[in-house]
Design a protein around this ligand. Structure first.
Ligand SMILES: *[C@@H]1O[C@H](CO)[C@@H](O)[C@H](O)[C@H]1NC(C)=O
Ligand SMILES: *[C@@H]1O[C@H](CO)[C@@H](O)[C@H](O)[C@H]1NC(C)=O
Ligand SMILES: *[C@@H]1O[C@H](CO)[C@@H](O)[C@H](O)[C@H]1NC(C)=O
Ligand SMILES: *[C@@H]1O[C@H](CO)[C@@H](O)[C@H](O)[C@H]1NC(C)=O
Ligand SMILES: *[C@@H]1O[C@H](CO)[C@@H](O)[C@H](O)[C@H]1NC(C)=O
Ligand SMILES: *[C@@H]1O[C@H](CO)[C@@H](O)[C@H](O)[C@H]1NC(C)=O
Ligand SMILES: *[C@@H]1O[C@H](CO)[C@@H](O)[C@H](O)[C@H]1NC(C)=O
Length: 386
């Protein structure tokens, strides 16, 4: 009898201890919002690869692009020609990877043709005017959340390259504050988990002599996509150069320099996801035997703007001379090949591997690729995922 009476509080204490342990185990997950290593990639319809053929097992996140912003209502809209593809995207990519997380991305809302995929993107007057007024922002934000939910996306992404004035950058801070508040409140009201919010950033935090709203970015975004390509293109310079240098000992145009600047201004590396280009650029050489980095060129080569997807580069190489391996330059972290009088600089397996190692070493949050559809037999994505 006496032992039974003693056992009761003991049992109670044990239970309490167990509960405490459970709480301790669960707590870090809830409070730190820890996100594990991100392996992400942009996909868009109309280029090369239907969603059902995406090897989503190689990714943790896939970003479906691009939604538009209407030029007078400022509502987010999906072009009617691709509504079907967008609405089935999440369900389709979950078949090969049920835990994949999908985001819907918003671009400049202009010139969304295949030709413009890697071209310089025109100034977005629509985005500038959307962010400039509270009522415009509200219309955009509410419709973006509705659209993401309607089509089963887990988050929203803004691919604004580039805000074109200083006031765009200031207004961007207001957009992000309001977008985050709306996302949080929608989650509370709908009883669904919060939508993820991300955006693409210029490689350095200052544009048009004005800083990005770093505090707002840090507080409101789940993470940011660092654009680490388009650094040097054949429509702008007449010598061969790396389009996506990780390092550059002779200039400040490199991802490594940009990451240092962003962290110096207060954005932690744990908020940065590094961009990996699945494309490169071709130049026409002045003299095919002078074909290193910095060799004189007559201008662009091969395509109308010199841009070539990795898949296209591989088939171009195959058509000519498949035997010679591309050169790898570890100073910049770039691969290149000369074929006839064309010189192509791009990221092959070596450059991709080195960049992913770098991202891990610097404790970035992960990487994203542009675009998953440009891979050749998933060789780059497998190299990146190692
Ligand atoms: C988009 O959807 C259409 C019709 O549903 C389909 O025929 C097409 O293959 C899809 N395109 C891509 C790139 O997924
Ligand atoms: C808005 O878009 C419509 C249809 O795309 C176009 O006809 C019109 O010219 C645009 N208006 C402005 C002010 O850009
Ligand atoms: C974009 O706008 C800025 C400022 O208005 C201007 O300096 C720049 O030349 C424009 N760029 C393009 C590609 O139109
Ligand atoms: C929200 O979810 C919780 C747990 O899943 C449930 O108990 C609650 O009733 C839900 N509230 C609403 C408003 O749906
Ligand atoms: C490159 O050189 C060609 C031929 O001399 C010239 O036509 C072109 O304008 C130059 N391009 C640039 C960006 O300097
Ligand atoms: C690179 O940036 C550093 C620090 O901002 C500056 O001191 C240096 O002059 C810059 N170098 C070049 C080549 O622009
Ligand atoms: C990369 O190319 C630059 C420019 O030609 C050269 O100075 C450097 O030595 C090269 N680095 C390697 C590792 O080959």
């Amino acid at each position: 009898m006496a032992s039974k009476l003693k056992a009761f509080p003991l049992l109670f204490l044990l239970l309490l201890l167990l509960l405490l342990l459970l709480l301790l185990l669960l707590l870090p997950v809830h409070t730190s919002n820890a996100q594990s290593w991100i392996k992400s990639g942009y996909w868009r319809p109309g280029i090369l690869l239907p969603a059902r053929d995406v090897n989503s097992a190689l990714f943790t996140h896939l970003i479906c692009g691009f939604a538009d912003v209407h030029n007078s209502t400022y509502r987010l809209s999906i072009p009617s020609s691709v509504v079907q593809n967008f609405s089935t995207f999440t369900g389709t990519v979950k078949r090969k990877n049920p835990s994949i997380v999908t985001l819907l991305s918003v671009w400049a809302g202009e010139a969304q043709t295949y030709q413009s995929v890697y071209a310089q993107i025109p100034n977005s007057t629509v985005l500038s005017s959307m962010v400039s007024k509270a009522s415009h922002r509200k219309s955009f934000i509410q419709s973006s959340i509705k659209t993401a939910r309607r089509y089963g996306f887990d988050g929203l992404d803004l691919y604004w390259v580039w805000p074109s004035t200083g006031s765009d950058l200031i207004n961007l801070g207001s957009l992000l504050d309001e977008w985050r508040a709306a996302i949080n409140s929608e989650s509370r009201n709908s009883n669904q988990s919060r939508l993820i919010l991300t955006m693409a950033l210029h490689y350095v935090p200052v544009l048009h002599l004005v800083s990005y709203p770093v505090d707002s970015i840090r507080w409101n975004l789940d993470w940011a996509h660092l654009i680490a390509y388009h650094y040097c293109v054949p429509t702008q310079v007449n010598f061969t150069c790396p389009n996506a240098a990780l390092y550059d000992p002779w200039s400040n145009v490199s991802a490594n320099f940009g990451i240092r600047e962003w962290t110096r201004r207060g954005l932690p590396v744990s908020k940065l996801v590094l961009g990996l280009p699945y494309f490169g650029y071709a130049w026409t050489l002045v003299n095919p035997s002078d074909n290193g980095l910095g060799a004189p060129a007559l201008g662009l080569g091969v395509t109308w703007n010199g841009a070539m997807g990795y898949k296209m580069i591989r088939s171009f190489i195959q058509d000519y001379d498949n035997a010679v391996a591309p050169t790898y330059n570890a100073t910049y972290v770039v691969n290149y090949r000369t074929i006839g009088n064309s010189w192509i600089g791009y990221d092959d397996v070596e450059a991709i591997r080195a960049k992913v190692s770098y991202a891990k070493e610097k404790k970035l949050l992960g990487y994203y690729v542009l675009y998953v559809s440009e891979d050749h037999n998933w060789e780059l994505s497998r190299a990146a995922g190692m």
